[in-house]
Each structure stands twice: as C-alpha cells, then as structure tokens.
Write a protein that binds this ligand. Structure first.
Ligand code: ATP
Length: 290
C-alpha cells in the first residue's frame, strides 16, 4: 500500500525548485521516466554520506553546458555551502546528486558507489531536501509532518515537531495535531511551513541533506531561530547548502564558490577571506551595501 506513496514522497519532498502544486507534480511524474534504474542497480543501505563528483559535466540542453569538469569531494558529516552569482549552477550541482537529471560526463558517487548503480528510490531515501517552497497538502498537521516518514507514531511526530521548534505552536491549537491545514484549514506562515519541512526531515532522518536557502524574506528573529533548527538538523549529516546569504554560511566547514566557469575557490570562511578572491569581494560588497 505504501510503495507508490513512498515514491511520490521521495520525488515531491525533494524536487529542486518550486513544484509545490499537485498538478505540477503530476506533470513531473510524466516526465520522470527518463531516469530509470539500471538492471543491476543495488539497494543502498543507510549511507555514511561520502560524496564525490568526478569530472562531472552537465547541461539541460544539448550544446549548452552548465557545469563542466566539476571535481568535488565531500566527506561524510561535512557541511559545504555553495555560493556564487545567480545562474552559476549551484542548484544544478546539488540536484544532480538525487539524480533529478542525468549527467553527461563523469561520475557522482555516494560512499564510493556510482549513483547510477543505486536504485533511485534507495538513493533518494538517503537524501533530504529542505527548500523554500514547502509542499503541503490539505489534511491534518499530523499527516503533513508524517510525510517525512509514513507510519510514524504520534510520539515520533511530537519529537520531530519539538526539534523543529513547532511544538508550542501546535500545542496552542485547539485540535493540536488534528488541525486541518491548507485551503480549508489553518494557514501557516512562511516560517511555520519551513519548520514543518524541517520536522519532516527529522522524521526522515537522512544521512545527506540539501538545504536550499530561502530567498524570501522572513523577519530576522524567525530567520535566526530557523537557522538554529537547521543547524541542529545538519548535525551528523553530510550537508550541502545552496546559499543566498553570506551571513548564514560563515560556519560551514567549507565554502565552495561556483561561477559560470566552474568551482573558482573553496575553503573555510577565514581561508577565503585571506585569499582575497571572489568570496572576499562578495563579503566586502555585502558590508558596503549592508
Ligand atoms: P540562483 O542563485 O539564482 O538560484 P544557481 O547558481 O542555483 O542560481 P542554477 O539554478 O543551477 O543556478 O542555474 C544554472 C543555469 O542553468 C542557468 O543558466 C539556468 O538558467 C539554467 N537552468 C536551471 N534550471 C534549468 C532547467 N530546468 N532547464 C533549463 N535550464 C535550466
């Protein structure tokens, strides 16, 4: 009974950009079949989360390469933030990992296994994506949170809500977890929706996380407290952050600067500042405009 839903779950929860509506999702399913399991694709047990991109090239259309010859090694448990100009390919780079698109050259591995040799559902089970457009369906809060792990007990749902700092909000509602959300129910704020998606990820508990940082404005306090929840979520997982703000990535283990020419530089915040390159200039510019 759960199989097709699990599949939907794996796809929707993690689709890279803005597929929040069910109709668009169906359209997506129709286009999905180009990516299939290889006949001998393996089931990946819980991954450690070592990731490697080896000489990866990719373009959405023939003759127009977005990423070329990308080499990148990310250790299990490491937090890596991608920064760089809009359109440079940060999102694309991350969406190749759950195989939303097939690379044209090179290889991407998880724990040393080529991702094309791993069953797609099993690969996507290892990867959680938190993005600004949170997929919500009409139903109870319980079901919306449980979407991260179908069949989770109430106890697990509450624990996830607590870690996502959503507990007191839910306790304050007359119907608690039975509260209907969506068009016919309680409308959640942008921050609450993000917390809900964080709660789902605590339930899903994937070894690999992709955080697509919100560009839409949240007030500073909400922003800071969501950052706290996200840092807690990232703990012990390999985390890739598609960063839009410099302030939030300062503490990443590594910052990777992606430009249309490829990976221009990488290192810690301090290392990159000392280097005086692209990242240092971005920092300066932010101070000038702040
Ligand atoms: P931003 O900071 O604005 O999110 P980004 O660095 O994440 O940008 P991408 O979204 O990866 O950049 O886009 C890289 C390039 O690929 C851009 O030229 C973009 O127009 C193109 N692109 C992105 N998604 C698609 C798609 N689904 N089909 C065709 N081209 C795409």
């Amino acid at each position: 009974f759960f199989r097709p839903i699990e599949k939907i779950n794996a796809i929707i929860e993690s689709y890279p950009k803005g597929y929040s509506g069910f109709k668009r999702f169906i359209a997506l399913l129709d286009t999905e079949p180009d990516i299939l399991d290889r006949p001998n694709a393996a089931e990946l047990p819980q991954a450690r989360g070592d990731i490697q991109y080896r000489d990866v090239s990719f373009g959405y259309e023939k003759g127009r390469t977005v990423l070329e010859g990308i080499d990148l090694t990310i250790a299990a448990g490491e937090t890596v933030a991608f920064v760089g100009p809009s359109g440079a390919g940060k999102t694309t780079l991350c969406s190749l990992l759950p195989r939303f698109y097939e690379i044209q050259e090179g290889a991407i591995t998880v724990d040393g296994l080529d991702i094309r040799d791993i069953q797609l559902t099993s690969l996507r089970r290892q990867i959680g994506i938190v993005q600004q457009d949170v997929f919500m369906f009409s139903g109870t809060l319980r079901d919306n949170i449980r979407y991260g792990k179908l069949g989770a007990s109430d106890e697990e749902v509450w624990e996830a809500a607590r870690r996502a700092e959503l507990e007191s909000f839910i306790r304050g509602l007359a119907d608690g977890l039975d509260t209907i959300v969506g068009e016919r129910g309680v409308k959640l704020s942008g921050g609450q929706k993000q917390r809900l998606s964080i709660a789902r990820m605590f339930l899903k508990n994937p070894p690999i996380l992709i955080l697509d940082e919100a560009t839409s404005a949240l007030d500073t306090e909400t922003e800071a407290s969501i950052q706290r929840s996200l840092s807690e979520l990232a703990e012990g997982r390999t985390t890739l952050i598609i960063a839009h703000r410099l302030a939030t990535i300062r503490h990443a283990d590594r910052i990777v600067v992606v430009t249309p020419e490829g990976i221009e530089e990488q290192g810690s915040h301090e290392q990159l500042l000392k280097r005086g390159g692209h990242y240092a200039k971005l920092q300066q510019a932010q101070h000038v405009y702040a």
